[in-house]
Design a protein around this ligand. Structure first.
Ligand SMILES: [Zn+2]
Ligand SMILES: [Zn+2]
Length: 357
């Protein structure tokens, strides 16, 4: 039985369907799982994606994007391959790609969120397991050290930090990835504590979420904040790139924090030079990856996009046929992405995330 997805220099390729999934080079036909920059690149001849992600994709890649939008679960057939998209719970419109051809079913996960707790990302449709013969899974946090606390605990920590700063008369600068994480934070915090200010990179993405029907509390950019609303008591949500910037200095005396799965690593916060680190990820943790893989019933699993070696070894120990694809997906979870640092931390010897990613 021929494989339904193979590696090519342009990206993951479906030979019978003659299309790519999240290709990193321009191709004639692409299926795009979600709007993060490392998955949704410009220059493709035709793009298939969820209809609900259309606003985000167009705001990133331009209004002229040759996009065909599908509802979750809706199918199209191309060269005999039946293609459908299923919720991944990662960001607005994120999808797993189900491919069916000649009695074989493969699912390419894209990025997804699932944890040991029965909870989902409130800003998008929850991860839905799809039965398949072969599951191509992400593994960004595919190490046993990554175990997310219940979200309610994390949001409680963020609210307490914001409340204490507001009482002390200083803004709370919370740095997080602009697409997805920022909106999840906005939806999760207690907006009664004070006004919420967002960076100019976050504002248009909030609008795309609101336009798709995701409720978010009112937000202002710095210039728009009405005089009656005190910046001193504000939560300021901005991308990690503002760290140490002139833009951040405009906030005066502030407390700062990162919200990222990488904050689980001991020392990550200190090395980033921020006051606080909140462990909040839009990716599955180690138990979430295991749950997701088990729920597919797949006998074959191909790992991409993260800690492949540890996950492949674990899968083989479970008796599964496991391998890895090399991809050019990034680790968009946040700026302090410590590629190569995590195995060290997992071994308990050190905790030295290198910058970058
Ligand atoms: Zn992503
Ligand atoms: Zn990704």
């Amino acid at each position: 039985m021929a494989d339904l997805v193979v590696e090519r220099p342009q990206g993951l390729y479906c030979p019978p369907g003659d299309f790519y999934i999240d290709p990193w080079r321009p191709v004639p036909r692409a299926v795009i799982t979600h709007a993060h920059a490392d998955h949704a690149r410009a220059g493709h001849g035709h793009v298939l994606a969820t209809a609900v992600s259309a606003g985000l994709l167009r705001s990133r890649l331009g209004a002229a994007l040759p996009l065909q939008g599908l509802a979750y679960g809706e199918a199209v057939t191309h060269h005999g391959v039946r293609i459908s998209l299923h919720p991944a719970g990662h960001v607005l419109g994120s999808a797993q790609v189900r491919l069916e051809h000649a009695g074989q079913v493969w699912v390419a996960s894209g990025d997804y969120f699932l944890s040991a707790h029965d909870e989902s990302n409130a800003t998008c449709a929850p991860f839905e397991p799809v039965r398949c013969h072969c599951f191509i899974t992400e593994s960004t946090f595919g190490l046993p050290v990554y175990r997310w606390a219940p979200q309610v605990e994390v949001f409680g920590q963020i609210d307490a930090w914001w409340r204490a700063n507001a009482a002390a008369g200083r803004p709370s600068l919370l740095m997080a990835y602009s697409l997805g994480k920022a909106q999840r934070l906005l939806a999760g915090v207690d907006a009664s504590i004070g006004p919420i200010v967002v960076h100019g990179a976050v504002a248009p993405l909030n609008e795309a979420y609101r336009a798709a029907g995701v409720p978010l509390p009112p937000t202002w950019t710095l210039g728009e904040l009405p005089e009656a609303r005190q910046l001193a008591g504000a939560l300021v949500v901005a991308p990690p790139a503002v760290h140490g910037s002139a833009w951040a200095r405009k906030l005066g005396d502030f407390s700062d924090a990162f919200a990222s799965g990488w904050m689980q690593l001991r020392g990550a916060r200190r090395r980033q030079g921020v006051d606080r680190g909140f462990v909040l990820s839009d990716h599955a943790d180690w138990p979430g990856l295991q749950r997701a893989i088990g729920a597919t019933g797949a006998e074959r699993v191909i790992v991409t996009h993260g800690e492949e070696a540890v996950m492949v070894r674990w899968l083989r120990e479970q008796g599964l046929d496991a391998g890895a694809f090399r991809t050019e997906f990034g680790q968009e979870d946040a700026a302090p992405a410590p590629r190569g640092a995590a195995p060290v931390a997992a071994a308990g010897e050190a905790d030295d995330p290198k910058a970058g990613g």
